[in-house]
Design a protein around this ligand. Structure first.
Ligand SMILES: *[C@@H]1O[C@H](CO)[C@@H](O)[C@H](O)[C@H]1NC(C)=O
Ligand SMILES: *[C@@H]1O[C@H](CO)[C@@H](O)[C@H](O)[C@H]1NC(C)=O
Ligand SMILES: *[C@@H]1O[C@H](CO)[C@@H](O)[C@H](O)[C@H]1NC(C)=O
Ligand SMILES: *[C@@H]1O[C@H](CO)[C@@H](O)[C@H](O)[C@H]1NC(C)=O
Length: 485
């Protein structure tokens, strides 16, 4: 054979030496591959080089609001970072419940902030969104928001206007906070900039906070008043976009670009309300067989969700009267709520739950709300989906990811902050594709899938090395044998 003849020209000594050198080289490859591949430090798990995190919510920013408006700053953020097609909020898709899911990673039936309104079914007392912020026992119902968890693990947290900021949790509040005054103008762009200056200049830069949640009340308000398709909503999206540019410039000015991760999302979307003339409205008082005399307590006239507490012994009568009474009204006994909505188990939920189809409102005696846009609908409705962007040192750049659930945001944030999460309902494995791939073993999130790629690589090089070694030995053996013969 040609190979044999060629090789047989070398002396046995030369061949043995070459074999030894090759063998050593292969052994060297096997031994060194994990070392050369592994970096010197793990920025996420050591904590020493942990990056800061800013969570921003623009209330009611629907997933597709950037499609009919020029949004250069949001587009740039997507190029520099990650954009998700959309984020699915937990049900009920309204402000306080959805924001508290972001902060706790729990479904609403588990964290207990089941509505924007606090109520007492005995006294009939109701508190609106703003006053409910100060009812500690309403928020502090067994789930700890991420600020408290971070603080207990030695980090510094802050929150500006984010729902839940005012409450005390197991005796603790978020360390640095600002709660808006009662009649605050949530739409004023100059106010927004003052708030951003406070968060970036004072909280992150001067006070060296690790995590801040920041809330803006738009484009929710304008979406309610004028509808999601209005020119007013589009103008507000331009204001949001300018604000995004302002935030990123501020971050740059303070040299925080490489040390601060920024996540931007929303609590829900918005859909156009269908009015009488267009459709038959849902008005409970007009439903045959239904009477308010049978009801002890009602939560109605608040968008698409209604809840009823029938008087003693009246549950079946009320349920039967309402069931099937309107083609766009879904009537459930609390325990029969669809599992996927995760809005059934909490004691605060009333025995009968009413959910209207997108566009419809559950009215009591007559329509009292004249919003052109509304939310609170089934979280499977596309109009309820929220936008999502993220940028920063731990995020990939120019990456578009598929939809994900907002319940998964909490484990992602805990991972970024290097803190141990509380019990939660999310999964890190669904959102961590957004991150720059992990660079070493030993993360602190306990997710076994974290270093799979590296392990596969190391395993492959070991196997390859071994095969090469076997090949060389076999060939050499044959060459030697051939020479002897
Ligand atoms: C509602 O009010 C009653 C009567 O004052 C009181 O006993 C009960 O604890 C209150 N419930 C809640 C949830 O505040
Ligand atoms: C949560 O609230 C419910 C009803 O308001 C109450 O029965 C329950 O004890 C609370 N749980 C915790 C842990 O605070
Ligand atoms: C907006 O906020 C700024 C700063 O607080 C204030 O000076 C200005 O008067 C406000 N504008 C309106 C229209 O309320
Ligand atoms: C994520 O992890 C959970 C359990 O940790 C598992 O049930 C689920 O199937 C995983 N999802 C994906 C997409 O890998």
């Amino acid at each position: 054979m040609a190979a044999n003849q060629k090789k047989s020209r070398f002396s046995l000594k030369t061949r043995s030496l070459a074999m030894l050198l090759l063998g050593l080289a292969v052994l060297g490859l096997i031994a060194s591959s994990p070392c050369t591949a592994a970096p010197v430090q793990d920025s996420l798990s050591t904590g020493s080089t942990r990056n800061k995190l800013l969570l921003i919510s623009f209330d009611g920013f629907r997933w597709d609001y950037d499609r009919d408006v020029e949004t250069p700053n949001l587009d740039k953020m997507a190029w520099d970072g990650v954009k998700a097609l959309y984020a699915t909020p937990a049900f009920l898709t309204i402000t306080s419940p959805s924001h508290f899911t972001m902060l706790t990673g729990r479904y609403i039936e588990n964290h207990g902030v089941i509505h924007n309104m606090w109520f007492n079914t005995t006294t009939q007392e109701k508190k609106q969104y703003y006053m409910t912020q100060f009812v500690d026992s309403y928020w502090d119902n067994g789930s700890l928001p991420i600020w408290i968890t971070a603080q207990r693990q030695g980090l510094k947290a802050g929150s500006l206007h984010f729902p839940g900021t005012a409450a005390t949790y197991q005796g603790e509040t978020v360390m640095v906070r600002q709660v808006e005054p009662h009649f605050y103008d949530h739409s004023n762009e100059s106010e927004w900039r003052l708030n951003i200056d406070e968060v970036i200049d004072e909280w992150f830069h001067q006070q060296d906070l690790d995590f801040v949640s920041l809330y803006f009340g738009e484009p929710d308000l304008i979406g309610h008043t004028y509808g999601p398709d209005s020119p007013e909503r589009k103008e507000m999206v331009r204001q949001v976009d300018r604000t995004v540019g302002y935030i990123r410039d501020k971050i740059q000015d303070h040299g925080l670009t490489d040390r601060l991760n920024v996540i931007m999302t929303a609590d829900h979307g918005m859909t156009t309300v269908l009015r009488s003339g267009q459709v038959e409205e849902i008005i409970l008082s007009k439903i045959p067989g239904f009477s308010f005399k049978d009801i002890q307590f009602q939560l109605l006239d608040y968008g698409p969700l209604g809840m009823l507490l029938p008087k003693e012994g009246m549950l079946e009568k009320v349920y039967q009267a309402l069931k099937g009474s309107h083609p766009h009204l879904h009537v459930y006994k609390k325990e029969d709520m669809p599992e996927r909505l995760h809005y059934s188990k909490h004691p605060r939920l009333l025995p009968i739950i009413l959910i209207a189809d997108p566009g419809y409102i559950v009215n009591g005696f007559f329509p009292v709300h004249f919003n052109k846009g509304e939310h609170g609908f089934d979280n499977e409705a596309m109009d309820m989906k929220a936008f999502f962007r993220a940028v920063g040192p731990d995020f990939q750049s120019d990456l578009m990811v598929g939809p994900f659930d907002l319940v998964d945001l909490y484990p992602l944030m805990c991972h970024l902050l290097g803190i141990k999460p509380e019990i939660h309902d999310g999964h890190l494995n669904k959102s961590k594709d957004m991150l720059v791939p992990p660079t070493t073993t030993g993360g602190n999130d306990g997710d076994p899938g974290k270093n799979t790629h590296m392990e596969v690589l190391i395993g492959l090089s070991a196997v390859m090395g071994f095969l090469v070694l076997v090949f060389i030995i076999t060939i050499s053996y044959h060459v030697c044998k051939g020479n002897k013969a």
